[in-house]
Write a protein that binds this ligand. Structure first.
Ligand SMILES: Cc1cc2nc3c(=O)[nH]c(=O)nc-3n(C[C@H](O)[C@H](O)[C@H](O)COP(=O)(O)OP(=O)(O)OC[C@H]3O[C@@H](n4cnc5c(N)ncnc54)[C@H](O)[C@@H]3O)c2cc1C
Length: 386
């Protein structure tokens, strides 16, 4: 069978080789103990895979988002999980695009080498939900210091990060011309903050995602850690979100291919009623459908990544890629469990773990309804509902 040429074949091959050192039983043990995959993240960092988006001048490899999508897709196709570390790839984009020269020189080379972990991205709050303009975490400036008070929820990897990109209000919403004005981005040094105004509380979730709740009580952050201009933080955060959506879509493509690979192999191997279960069209067709859906979604992910790399306005494409890929991977997950019958539920097959992991992506980092709302209003010009 002639297969379409894969993009970045050498990078993909190197990622597959690295991932083969982290087989299913490694992830099963972590999942049981709710432990962070430090060894896996260290191996990816040392191999340079997490710094591909950082320009060469700052110690990275200066590649585009398309290369990063290939890396995350292969991680997920191998049965590993990039959710533990994908933020190290793109969260630095806020510093790179909007930080001062001094901030870039201070942080980017150390993020590229892995000396500094920038894994935490603090936006969501319990009372605001998806309506980010209603966040209440407030930073008031006194001289050269911001004093931060408030609360964040679902902040992943906060315990495994040296720095956090934090979105907070610096002007109350009611005093702003537009609801999206008056928010600012601070780079918080977690090593100094924890125990000095910042408390982290882990949240036990359906998947092993190292996510937490954060409480700020008079936390002091130097004003030198403000990224860009005060009050313009929402815009800075939005520009990074497209990259995040495309990269997460690539993880979904990897998950989908993982499920299709596993289901195909099992359907050929498992014999019931004297023949391979995969000989029955009732078993074949869902696998074929998953393949069709993942292939189509992968095309959209490639297009969105290409547009991002070319500097085009691809917000709608990033959203569409994330929605199609997360729905296709969820369909593939369900298909894979069904193909495996009872064995789909057994921990040692890794399918139930990946099933739980891939479900997240229809909710985070943005839920499907909000994507549909973006497409309806931005691409189709329909009236806004909120
Ligand atoms: C494991 C995990 C990790 C996460 N990591 C991070 C992180 O590192 N940093 C961070 O900042 N956040 C993180 N999040 C938060 C995540 O981005 C949010 O959960 C997500 O954006 C949805 O917001 P919400 O949970 O507040 O849902 P809500 O906004 O409360 O929405 C609930 C449901 O209602 C729907 N809905 C809401 N309003 C409308 C509307 N107007 N029309 C139609 N439907 C609507 C939504 O689509 C959704 O399905 C994480 C979440 C999880 C579960």
């Amino acid at each position: 069978m002639v297969q379409a040429q894969e993009s970045f074949p050498e990078i993909r091959d190197a990622v597959r080789r690295l991932c083969s050192d982290f087989p299913g039983d490694y992830w099963q043990a972590l999942d049981r103990e709710r432990r962070y995959p430090t060894e896996f993240v260290t191996a990816l960092t040392q191999a340079g895979f997490l710094s591909v988006l950082i320009p060469e001048a700052f110690g990275g490899s200066g590649l585009g988002l398309s290369a990063a999508t290939a890396i995350l897709e292969e991680i997920h196709r191998s049965g590993c999980n990039g959710g533990a570390c994908h933020a190290q790839m793109y969260t630095m984009g806020t510093v790179l695009k909007h930080g001062s020269d001094a901030q870039k020189r201070t942080y980017l080379p150390k993020i590229a080498s892995g000396e500094l972990r920038l894994q935490a991205f603090g936006v969501t709050e319990p009372t605001a939900g998806t309506d980010t303009t209603r966040i209440r975490t407030f930073a008031r400036r006194i001289g050269d210091t911001y004093i931060v008070n408030g609360q964040k929820i679902w902040i992943s990897r906060a315990e495994h990060s040296d720095l956090m990109v934090l979105l907070c209000r610096t002007t109350p919403r009611e005093e702003c011309a537009k609801p999206s004005d008056g928010m600012s981005v601070l780079l918080v040094d977690m090593r100094q903050a924890v125990g000095n105004g910042l408390t982290i509380r882990p949240i036990r979730t359906m998947l092993n995602h190292a996510t937490t709740e954060l409480f700020f009580d008079e936390l002091e952050v130097p004003a030198a850690n403000l990224i860009g201009e005060e009050g313009k933080g929402f815009r800075y955060i939005l520009s990074g979100m497209n990259a995040e959506r495309i990269l997460i879509a690539a993880e979904c493509i990897g998950d989908g291919r993982f499920f299709i690979d596993r289901a195909t192999a099992y359907a050929k191997d498992r014999s019931v009623f004297g023949r391979a279960i995969g000989q029955n069209q009732g078993v074949q067709f869902p696998i074929a459908r998953a393949y069709v859906q993942i292939s189509a979604a992968a095309g959209m992910v490639d297009k969105a990544a290409q547009m991002f790399d070319e500097g085009l306005d691809g917000g709608t494409e990033a959203n569409m890629a994330k929605m199609l890929a997360s729905e296709a991977s969820w369909y593939a997950a369900d298909m894979c469990v069904q193909t495996h019958g009872g064995f789909g539920f057994a921990e040692e097959y890794d399918i139930e773990r990946k099933f739980r992991e891939t479900r997240l992506y229809q909710v985070a980092p943005i839920s499907t309804n909000l994507i549909l709302s973006h497409v309806a209003t931005h691409a189709l010009g329909l009236p806004k509902s909120f």
